[in-house]
Design a binder for this molecule. Structure first.
Ligand SMILES: Nc1nc2c(ncn2[C@@H]2O[C@H](COP(=O)(O)OP(=O)(O)O)[C@@H](O)[C@H]2O)c(=O)[nH]1
Ligand SMILES: [Mg+2]
Length: 147
C-alpha cells in the first residue's frame, strides 16, 4: 500500500487529521520533524512555509504515493506560496479541514488551495467531528494507499 503525506501550514490540522484517519485518540502535540505513522507521513508546518526546508519535503515525498495539502477552513491568511504544489512529482489532493468551526468559508479555503497549485480533488473534513473523513478514506483506498 502506498503512503500518504500531509503537507500544510503550522496549525492547519495535519496531525489531528492523521489521528482521525487512523482512529487514534492520543493527544496532539506540535510536530517538530517529519514523522512516519504507519501509512501516513506527517510534516511540520514550517517545512511548507520556509523555503529552506522544501528539499526535505521533496525527498520525503518520494516515499509517498499521494500528497494531501491541508488547508484550515478557518484560516483567512495566505500561507503557502503561489504554485507551491507544482514542485511535487506525486499526485496531490486538497483537504479543507476544521469545517466544524462555525462560519467558516469553504470556498475561500478551496481558492487558497487552488492558488497553491492544487488541481486535483478537494475534500472537506473535520478531524473533530469526523465529517467527510469516510469519503477521504475511501478515496485514499481507491488510490491504493492507506493512512
Ligand atoms: N475545530 C477543529 N479544530 C481542529 C481540527 N483539526 C485540528 N484542530 C485544532 O487545530 C490545532 C492544530 O492542529 P494540529 O493537528 O496540531 O495541526 P498541524 O500543525 O497541521 O499538525 C489544534 O488545536 C487542533 O485541536 C478540526 O477538524 N476542527
Ligand atoms: Mg502537526
Amino acid at each position: 500500500m502506498g503512503k500518504i503525506m500531509l503537507i500544510g501550514p503550522v496549525g492547519a490540522g495535519k496531525t489531528s487529521l492523521i489521528a482521525t484517519l487512523q482512529q487514534e485518540k492520543k493527544s496532539i502535540g506540535k510536530t517538530s520533524c517529519i514523522e512516519f505513522h504507519d501509512g501516513a507521513i506527517d510534516t511540520p508546518g514550517e517545512y511548507a512555509q520556509i523555503p529552506r526546508y522544501y528539499s526535505a519535503l521533496l525527498v520525503t515525498a518520494m516515499e509517498a504515493a499521494l500528497i494531501l495539502v491541508v488547508q484550515d477552513a478557518a484560516d483567512a491568511k495566505v500561507t503557502l506560496p503561489p504554485g507551491f504544489v507544482g514542485m511535487f512529482s506525486r499526485p496531490v489532493i486538497g483537504v479543507v479541514t476544521k469545517i466544524d468551526v462555525p462560519g467558516v468559508d469553504k470556498e475561500r479555503a478551496k481558492a487558497r488551495l487552488a492558488e497553491a497549485g492544487v488541481k486535483g480533488d478537494v475534500f472537506y473534513v473535520s478531524a473533530h467531528t469526523g465529517e467527510g473523513v469516510e469519503s477521504l478514506l475511501d478515496y485514499i483506498a481507491e488510490r491504493g494507499c492507506t493512512a
